[in-house]
Write a protein that binds this ligand. Sequence first.
Ligand code: GDP
Length: 137
Amino acid sequence: MQQTFAIVKPDGVARGLIGDVLKRIESAGLRFKAMKLVHMTKAQAEGFYAVHKARPFFKSLTEFMSSGPALVMILEGENAIARWREMMGATNYKDAAEGTIRRDFATDIEKNVVHGSDAPETAAFETSYFFNAFERV
Ligand code: GDP
């Protein structure tokens, strides 16, 4: 059993896509271990995406991620990290496979609706960035 960290990004929340995303997670048999809405400050978004500090899109990305509420979650299931990444689709929705969340809903390489950890180490960091022990079931 593995846990991963997921976000419905501010574009997804603003566009009313929470229900669609959660339905796909439930249908895939992944279980929710924690969930809440957060409106990140710019500094909190910079901390979350610190690995991308040197990228040209860092300023724009952290402004976007702090532009409104996002739904942050911990998901659990067998092979959850890879399975959630597969359900999300490629970063650029234009390259994303059919039936993935980004292919179906994203409008932009940056505003791509969802986030998912890419490895166990990042899942551990991202999970503890947002949730304490009392917020996890
Ligand atoms: P992910 O793991 O698929 O989310 O992709 P990355 O870790 O490479 O990038 C993190 C996030 O930065 C992506 O989900 C996008 O929101 C954004 N992003 C990635 N590449 C670009 C880009 O070339 N331009 C812009 N504006 N945003 C990007």
